[in-house]
Design a protein around this ligand. Sequence first.
Ligand code: AP5
Ligand code: MG
Length: 214
Amino acid sequence: MKIIMLGAPGAGKGTQAKLIAEKYNIPHISTGDIFRANIKEGTKLGKEAKQYMDKGQLVPDELTVRILLDRVSKDDCKNGYVLDGFPRTIPQAEVLDTEVAKLGEKIDFAIDVDVPDENIIHRMSGRRSCPGCGKTYHIVHVPPKKEGICDDCGKELVLRDDDKPETVKNRLDVYHKQTQPLIDYYSKQNILRTVDGTQDMNDVFTAITALLEA
Ligand code: AP5
Ligand code: MG
C-alpha cells in the first residue's frame, strides 16, 4: 500500500504516519526527518536544506525529489510506504506519479489531515521532539512521563528550530500557496481522503484505518 499524508505543518502527519507504518508494516518516510538527520550529521545536504527550513521555506524540488526517489528505491519499500511531507508541490507530485507508473504501480491513497490554521500555532509551540530517536510529544496533549525527557531513549527533548511562531506563520503561508493545490490534484485522481485532524489523535487514526480498509 502506497500512502501520501497531506496536511498543514503541525496537522499531525508525522503522528499518524508512524501509526500507519506500524499497523501495516510499511516504512514511514518523512522528507523533513531526512533533512533534519542530515542537519544533525552536518552533511552538505543538511547545510543546504537548513537555509530554507529555518526560514519556513521549501527546500528546492530538484534536491528533495532526488532524496525521495533514492529512499523509495530501497528494498524495504517493495510492499509500499507512507510518505509524510512529500510531495509538497505539484511538480513533486508529478515526478512521483511518473516514477511509480514506471514500475507499473500507483499511489493508493492521499490522506488529508485537515486542521484549521488557528489550531496549528498552539500545536507547534507545544511540540517537543527527541533529537535521539525522533519521537514527538506535546506538552499538553502527549506529555512524556518525565518532563523534558524522551520516554524511549532518555534524551532531553527539544523545540524544533522551525517551530518558532514567526517561522510557523511562514510555513503556513507556504503551505497554502504551494502545497494545498495538491488536494485538488489528488481529488481529481479519486484517491483523496479527508479526515478531521482536530479530533483526539486516536480518533484520527481510527478514521484513517476505516478509510484505508473501506
Ligand atoms: P516537515 O518535517 O515535514 O514539517 P511540516 O510539514 O511543517 O510538518 P510537521 O512535522 O511540523 O507537522 P506534522 O504534520 O508532522 O505534525 P506532528 O505529527 O508532528 O518539514 C519541515 C521542513 O522541511 C519544511 O518546512 C521544508 O523546509 C522542508 N521539507 C520537508 N519536506 C519537503 C518537501 N517535500 N519539499 C520541500 N521542502 C520540504 O504533530 C504536531 C504536534 O501536534 C505534535 O506536538 C503532536 O504531538 C501534536 N498532535 C498531533 N496530532 C494531534 C491531535 N490529534 N490532537 C492534539 N495534538 C496533536
Ligand atoms: Mg512531521
